[in-house]
Design a protein around this ligand. Structure first.
Ligand SMILES: *Cc1c(COP(=O)(O)O)cnc(C)c1O
Length: 408
């Protein structure tokens, strides 16, 4: 991999603005809030222009090295990341009378989900700091990405899942080398296991937003989107929101891109999509408050967004409000029909969380919160192939004459 200059200056508490050293291991701030990586953006602007970036061979997010925290190239842990495609959902848009509907398909990344972005950065930084053991609670995809990048880096990983985590996730996590545990609780209960065991076990706590680097990885979704759209941005982005790392990260990306002169001040409206059975951010948005309450009895088959409490709640809510967006919840039944419709109409089989954004889009067109003329981007965060699929196929008896006319 090519050597690049890096520009990290410090870490900053996202709540109080207090500064922290960027070259030592950090978790949350003393206020218990996420830390954000800050860069010398004038320095970045002096060495990086759009043409230089366009000429780079790296196809995936490591092409944005000047805006990422890894200092030494030998610490970059890679499993062959790609720039994920923007796909026009033409038939779905036409059916709805909408001008443009684009899916950013994150299922093409290593381990089949956008968790690869965040965990590639977290594991690379762990390698840079000489950390030997990482642990996290997960609903599935994050654990898989931690396991895979951890194994690639030679770092030991411990992963704690709620016991109803989709089986394919549990198995891929274990196969990719993590010590894997099924816990009788939700993801926040699994998080408690990590928090309480970390001293004893020497774990680096890799929970969502409890370390500073997963946001930097997820931020690359925003950098990539802007580059792919010719340094412009869509009118509205719909994002399936669990811990909110991606939404917070993209919002940060747009800010950094403006500061280095790559884009102007126009921003997409950010829409946080949750499931009706677990919608703490939507409730906080509607109540007009800054922090979300723990959601009781969380349930939805879209496991990736079954997150009852988010440390970065205020950052999600700020991005949503500052952008003029909104937060919206959708029913599981509407997620399932959105998934089936886009698969049949456009040949795009979304994951349930991705399908939740399409369900939210349809709902928002119907109630006027999104206009048919707005250019919308949906984030499909994982490959649909990781999830149990509905039974299908008609039986054909080859011992009998086939009535071909009846097949249509
Ligand atoms: C983690 C995950 C999400 C939620 O992402 P956040 O950035 O943590 O809000 C959504 N969908 C899938 C498939 C996920 O794995």
């Amino acid at each position: 991999m090519t050597e690049y200059r890096t520009f990290t200056t410090h870490l900053e508490c996202s709540y109080t603005g207090e500064r922290y050293d960027a070259d030592t291991v950090q978790g949350l701030s003393t206020a218990g809030k996420p830390l954000l990586v800050r860069y010398d953006l004038d320095g970045v602007a002096a060495v990086l222009d759009k043409k230089t970036l366009a000429s780079r061979a790296e196809g995936g997010f490591w092409r944005y090295r000047e805006l990422l925290p890894v200092r030494r190239t030998e610490n970059v842990v890679s499993l062959g990341e790609v720039m994920t495609p923007l796909i026009e959902a033409r038939a779905s848009a036409a059916k709805l009378g909408a001008r443009s509907l684009i899916v950013k398909d994150e299922g093409r990344l290593p381990t089949g989900s956008f968790k690869a972005r965040g965990l590639a950065l977290a594991v690379s930084m762990a390698k840079e700091f000489g950390i030997g053991r990482m642990a996290m609670p997960t609903n599935g995809n994050a654990g898989s990405a931690l396991a895979a990048y951890g194994s690639q880096a030679g770092i030991e990983t411990y992963v704690f899942c709620p016991e109803d985590t989709p089986e394919v996730n549990v198995r891929e996590i274990a196969l990719q080398g993590a010590k894997t545990f099924l816990c009788n609780g939700l993801i926040n209960d699994c998080g408690r296991v990590v928090g309480e065991g970390k001293e004893k076990m020497g774990w680096f706590d890799t929970s969502t937003l409890k370390e500073p680097y997963r946001i930097e990885g997820k931020k690359t979704m925003g950098l990539e989107l802007a580059e792919q759209m010719g340094w412009s941005l869509p009118d509205v982005i719909l994002y399936p929101t669990g811990g909110g790392t991606g939404l917070i990260g993209m919002w940060k990306a747009f800010d950094e891109l403006e500061k280095i002169g790559f884009i102007g001040s126009q921003r997409p409206r950010m829409v946080a999509v949750q499931a009706s059975g677990c919608a703490p951010i939507v409730k906080a948005y509607e109540d007009g408050v800054e922090h979300a309450e723990l959601w009781q009895g969380a349930h939805t088959y879209a496991a990736g967004i079954r997150v009852p409490v988010a440390v970065g709640d205020f950052l999600i809510l700020r991005a949503v409000r500052d952008s003029g967006g909104f937060a919206v919840a959708v029913e599981d039944a509407d997620i399932a029909s959105a998934l089936a419709d886009m698969a049949a109409d456009d040949g795009l089989m979304l994951c349930p969380e991705g399908a939740a954004t399409f369900a939210a889009y349809r709902k928002a067109l119907a109630d006027g919160r999104i206009d048919r003329g707005e250019r919308a981007v949906l984030y499909n965060c994982a490959t649909g192939l990781k999830y149990p699929l509905p039974a299908a196929g008609r039986r054909l008896d080859l011992g009998q004459p086939i009535d071909y006319a009846a097949l249509g």
